[in-house]
Ligand binder design. Structure first.
Ligand code: PA5
Length: 446
């Protein structure tokens, strides 16, 4: 039994239960394609059985590597972009103390920093500056081993580390996660003698958080990858059958019924700032998987109640092409009660004694009622707490929902032909060898 609950009651003013159920046959077919590998992109279904198939040997190796990095380094920079970055970032942000970067006490300090997820010169310069007098290591992650953003960050930080501690010591503090054979990173790692982990051919970047891609940085940050995998296994078992009790199936059918009813944008809403990057990960997962052939629900996100003061007006009253999927965390990690103030100058004594979370939950409920009344259907996903086990469930729940949904939409959820276009132009503009023809063509347009 999974611990994630999907409630679709508040979409029924827009689509009926029958309209949702009408998609059950397509969802069952999609599920069969995922399990039997008979659909488009079947070469990339390694993630489907990954939680059950992850070996003790791999988990122990990741844990030992994480311990070694933690012993040797005060900071570990995880270099990667897209699927080679967002999963780890999402889990670490969800679990870490909000102020961990500023914590002096070892237990609550998260050592993982990120690079290669942008080409910001200021970001890289400031990171290099910060690391100048620090004991740091690097986890460089790229399935293709050729992606420009992480390659630039790695070249800079590798050179810095070698300058700071020497080439031999540096090579002990660098771990590469990449393809088994292909790509520049694999070649470089072999030549330099780095510890490596393999990203299996049949697991695409955005489905790779439960491989060493996500697991190693998460373990370095001090969180239990065993619990995370245990949660994912729970959800793997809960999403096998094509029934209403399959939460991923219910989510996939409901969002597709809404899409067919003209709701083209799905906003993933959270009421806990720790989930900001979970939404970023989800946007990549669904955006890259479904936005094809001029189809697909546009995945957007807001962090409430913060964004109720910026996007709230649009959601309440803008064009009616949206629906919301609210990620609701039942139990916060800490307890804070609002104190009584004898003078009550701020007029807040009516809240005295209440937990902050009670106020947050009322903001959530009040917003749900207002948005549903305003014509915004609402799917509610409840997760008991921000703990490794439940995050593992949530991740697998969304992955499975994405596979089912993509097949219902009749796209190949496992390729990303669209992301190549910008790269071709960028390489042409940068005059990369091999792009001479494209360079001439693009320059003639400027
Ligand atoms: O989901 C995907 O496939 C992409 O987002 C990739 O993860 C991203 O482009 C990074 O690719 P790579 O790991 O090859 O550097």
């Amino acid at each position: 039994m999974s611990n994630i609950n999907v409630n679709v009651k508040e979409v029924l003013a827009t689509v009926s239960a029958q309209q949702i159920e009408a998609l059950n046959p397509a969802a069952a077919e999609a599920l069969e394609k995922l399990h039997k590998g008979t659909g488009a992109g079947a070469d990339f279904l390694g993630w489907v059985n990954l939680p059950e198939e992850t070996t003790e040997e791999l988990v122990a190796d990741i844990e030992a590597t994480a311990t070694r990095l933690r012993d040797m380094c005060d900071y570990v920079v995880a270099i990667g972009i897209g699927g080679s970055y967002l999963g780890a970032k999402a889990v670490i942000e969800a679990l870490a103390d909000s102020f961990s970067a500023l914590r002096a006490d070892d237990d609550r300090r998260c050592r993982v920093l990120f690079a290669g997820q942008n080409i910001g010169e200021d970001y890289l310069c400031e990171l290099q500056d910060f690391l100048r007098d620090k004991k740091f290591g690097i986890i460089v992650i790229s399935k293709s081993g050729t992606t420009t953003e992480p390659a630039i960050a790695f070249r800079l930080l590798k050179e810095q580390l070698e300058t700071q501690i020497g080439k031999e010591e540096a090579s002990k503090r660098i771990v590469a996660i990449t393809d088994a054979k292909r790509g520049a990173l694999r070649q470089l790692a072999t030549e330099e003698g780095y510890k490596t982990f393999v990203i299996a051919d049949n697991v695409g970047g955005r489905f790779s958080v439960l491989t060493p891609v996500g697991l190693l940085p998460i373990a370095v940050a001090g969180f239990s990858i065993r619990e995370l995998l245990e949660g994912a296994r729970t959800m793997q078992r809960a999403t096998v059958e094509p029934t209403d009790a399959n939460p991923s199936l219910l989510y996939a059918t409901t969002r597709n019924a809404l899409y067919r009813a003209g709701k083209k944008i799905e906003i993933l809403v959270n009421y806990n700032p720790k989930l900001h990057f979970m939404a970023e990960w989800w946007k990549q997962l669904y955006g890259e998987s479904e936005g094809k052939d001029h189809k697909g629900i546009f995945p957007a996100s807001v962090d409430n109640s913060t964004d109720l003061h910026s996007m709230g007006q649009w959601i309440q009253d803008g064009e009616r092409i949206i629906f919301e999927t609210v990620l609701s965390v039942e139990k916060p990690r800490h307890e804070v009660a609002i104190p009584t103030d004898a003078a009550n100058l701020d007029g807040l004594n009516y809240l005295a004694g209440k937990r902050v979370d009670e106020v947050n939950k009322m903001a959530e409920l009040g917003t749900r009622i207002a948005h549903v009344d305003g014509g915004v259907p609402n799917i509610r996903i409840t997760i008991p707490a921000l703990e490794e086990r439940y995050l593992g469930e949530l991740i697998y729940f969304f992955e499975k929902g994405c596979g089912i949904s993509g097949y219902i939409l009749d796209v190949n959820p496992f390729n990303q032909p669209g992301v190549e276009d910008y790269k071709r132009n960028m390489f042409a503009l940068l005059e990369k060898p091999g792009y001479e023809e494209e360079t001439a063509k693009i320059k003639s347009r400027l």
